[in-house]
Design a protein around this ligand. Structure first.
Ligand code: PLP
Length: 361
């Protein structure tokens, strides 16, 4: 019950253990076509450029920035935790100019401030923000932010590493242009893959670049030769065959449950956990309307030894909870309820273990 990797279901682990076949084998190519459709479902998009990057969420982040941002481009970057700041670093490494819109840790991104920045910077080409800030547990209003991006003629770049599969997310309806996620959070797959999706507008920007994408590996125009359908695949890199089996199975399970049902399950488990945490006297870092169901951050009570308590949970109950990150290091705990981990028995074990161990300080 940490901030990821989350629990992986036995079915996904079994899928990963199937025999490795060639990554251009017709059977594997067929599986990749299905995987693409399953990803389109998870993202709620018809975007043709929807694939899984063969590397973790950070590579999905880089894929979006290196393909879209060219030297001299202005990007409005929203920072309300660790991962917004990483977006800024990506922009600058691409030679872009980052205009930062800051919110305090624990707060969502403020659309009013974003609009002010968009008004002040008519030259901005992109708006980048984190939908679900894993460092704090705050959910931002992606629908409103993406509508603002469109209104001010910007493309939106959205971090959905922690949101995909855990809370409502609609790429096409909300007009998201570039989005990346991770396999290891609410999809409950093994770590090491990053689903990404680009709208037609984003693909047009990539096609019209003045300079080549500086990363050969992440250049989408090359990668698409491998992922595009109709069996005409050309070698780009050796795909992580077994991890892709696992992702296929994880997404199949998500589709079998249904996205709305999965979102609801995360909400229900969060409500159970939140009630129990509050009964134990723990206070949430994030105000109720903006709390992520899949990532519950509470302040550590005075007098409790953070590391000692977490290690007792791990050693005595086999239970992992997350430490605070960045500004919240040593001040907060993060309880993940992600994917297969968002289950009633996990909530009960966690609350029981905490109640026993908090008494010891
Ligand atoms: N963005 C967010 C919001 C994250 O939570 C994470 C990882 O926790 C990342 C990006 C980076 O993903 P990864 O650790 O898979 O590279």
């Amino acid at each position: 019950m940490g901030p990821g990797p989350s629990d992986v279901s036995p079915q996904v682990l079994a899928a990963q253990a199937r025999p490795t076949i060639g990554h251009l084998d017709p059977l594997f190519v067929g599986m990749m076509d299905e995987l693409k459709q399953l990803l389109q479902y998870a993202f709620q998009t018809n975007n043709a450029m929807t694939i899984a990057v063969s590397a973790p969420g950070s590579a999905g982040m880089e894929t979006c920035f290196v393909n879209l941002v060219e030297p001299g481009d202005t990007v409005i970057v929203c920072r309300n935790g660790v991962f917004g700041e990483r977006m800024r670093q990506n922009v600058e490494r691409c030679g872009g100019k980052a205009v930062c819109v800051d919110n305090a840790w624990g707060e969502p991104v403020c659309p009013t401030r974003v609009e002010q920045a968009l008004k002040q910077h008519p030259e901005a080409r992109f708006l980048a923000f984190v939908h679900a800030e894993t460092s704090t547990g705050a959910l931002s209003d992606a629908k409103t932010l993406c509508a603002l991006a469109r209104q001010y003629h910007c493309l939106s770049i959205v971090d959905a590493v922690t949101s995909l599969g855990g809370v409502e997310l609609r790429v096409d309806d909300w007009g998201i242009d570039a989005i990346y996620s991770g396999s290891q959070k609410c999809l409950s797959c093994v770590p090491g893959l990053s689903p990404v999706s680009f709208s037609e507008r984003a693909v047009a920007v990539i096609k019209q670049r003045n300079s080549p994408v500086q990363s050969w590996f992440l250049d989408q125009s090359l990668v698409m030769g491998y992922w595009s359908g109709q069996g005409k695949r050309s070698y780009h890199h050796t795909a992580p065959v077994n991890s892709l089996y696992a992702l296929h199975e994880a997404l199949r399970l998500l589709a079998a449950e249904g996205l709305q049902q999965a979102w609801q399950r995360h909400k229900d488990m969060h409500q159970l956990l939140a009630k129990g945490l509050q009964q134990l006297g723990l206070d949430f870092v994030v105000a109720e309307p903006y709390r992520l169901p899949q990532l519950n951050t509470v302040y550590i009570p005075n007098g409790v030894d953070d590391a000692a308590l977490r290690s007792r949970l791990l050693n005595l109950y086999n239970l992992e909870i997350g430490a605070g990150l960045g500004e919240l290091a040593g001040k907060a705990w993060r309880f993940g309820l992600m994917g297969y981990g968002a289950r009633r028995e996990n909530v009960s074990i966690c609350l029981q273990a905490l109640s026993e161990q908090l008494q010891q300080g």
